[in-house]
Design a protein around this ligand. Structure first.
Ligand code: KG4
Ligand code: ZN
Length: 337
């Protein structure tokens, strides 16, 4: 049995996971600095970095308690090398290096996006590449082909806002607070998704995403109502907006399957927690004979278990990192050759 400790500090979550054999999650501890960012309506990098330093040791202790083990039982230390906020990444990477050095265990730097996609391999029935991967979070909107051996072919990215960022900005426009995704998800249940036909221009041909036009359309819809909006009006706008985003994401993901001939999809990132997105992808995918893996929400949001999981796969291939490992805020998925 190989036990990996995974550390994640790329954004506002300080997370430590402990995973056995790349699949069995023994612990997944998390502290979020979300409440400190809420007044600003988005993540403040300086605050995120400072909170990581303050809480990382406690989060590690929590993970060890959850797993019922000690640091001596850990076989390797994996850490998110990038992409992410530079100051935030430095904390996790430095901490991981210190641990690896003091425990005399291998250090494994991992790509955060690849870690999100690796969660498919952590399911009861592991997803074997090749498959289509969709990562949708506050910082990323990425559609790719995931090949075996952690090699990827990026099909499309966002030209402006990330999907989660669009949720957060629209929630702000509607006076719903931060982070916006979970609130819009909940409130949409009370609204009519067909109330406002928001543009789905972003769903046009190709794989690139764009959410700024949709965001502007929401702004105009709010202005048009004029004055204070009722709860029902807000719920209708939220549901209609969510429906448009989901439609864009689902259309492009299914298109990728159709064009590549691949029959499997895995989703990751905070927006993959969205109930409507999970429902539509699962239903529409099943209707086309596709296997759609929407990992449990705890594995979709930023977490340490996915880092540990991918760390195991890389360790098996001998892909360990030197103690001189540096954070790489612009790290890209390894291109398939
Ligand atoms: O992956 P994540 O936890 O952090 C990074 O950004 O890396 O994603 C956070 C994003 C936020 O923008 C949040 O609004 C969005 O994910 N989010 C959701 C839901 N839960 C979180 N968006 C839509 N529906 C949700 N249920
Ligand atoms: Zn993420």
């Amino acid at each position: 049995m190989v036990r990996i400790l995974g550390i994640e500090t790329s954004c506002d979550e300080t997370a430590v996971g402990i995973v056995d054999d790349g699949r069995l999650v023994r612990a997944s501890a998390l502290a979020s600095s979300q409440q400190f960012h809420a007044p600003y309506g988005g993540v403040v990098p300086e605050i995120a970095a400072r909170v990581h330093v303050e809480v990382i040791w406690q989060v590690l202790e929590q993970a060890l308690t959850e797993a019922g083990c000690s640091l001596a039982d850990v076989d390797a230390v994996a850490v998110t090398q990038g992409p992410g906020l530079p100051g935030a990444l430095v904390i996790g990477v430095s901490f991981a290096k210190a641990l690896a050095l003091s425990l005399d265990r291998p250090l494994i730097g991992v790509d955060h996006l690849a870690a999100h996609l690796y969660t498919g391999a952590m399911m009861e029935e592991p997803l074997e590449p090749p498959c289509i991967g969709l990562v949708v979070s506050g910082g990323h909107t990425l559609l790719c082909v995931a090949h075996p051996d952690q090699r990827f072919e990026v099909l499309g990215d966002t030209n402006d806002d990330a999907a989660g960022e669009a949720f957060d900005k629209v929630a702000k426009l509607l006076g719903l607070g931060y982070p916006g995704g979970p609130v819009i998800d909940r409130l949409s249940e009370e609204g009519n998704p067909a109330a406002i036909p928001f543009p789905r221009g972003g769903a046009k041909d190709g794989y690139e995403f764009s959410f700024s036009g949709l965001k502007t359309a929401v702004y105009h819809a709010v202005q048009k109502q004029g004055g204070e909006l009722s709860r029902q009006q807000i719920a209708d706008i939220a549901a209609s907006f969510q429906e448009a985003v989901v439609e864009i994401l689902v259309t492009k993901t299914l298109r990728a399957c159709q064009r590549t001939g691949l029959k499997q999809i895995v989703v990751g990132g905070g927006v993959a927690a969205n109930r409507r997105l999970r429902q539509r992808l699962t239903q529409d995918g099943a209707a086309r004979g596709l296997r759609v893996v929407c990992p449990p929400v705890e594995l979709c949001v930023d977490n340490g278990a996915m880092v540990a999981g991918l760390g195991f796969a890389l360790l098996r291939k001998g892909r360990v990192s030197p103690l001189s490992l540096s954070p790489d805020p612009n790290l890209h998925l390894v291109e398939a050759g």
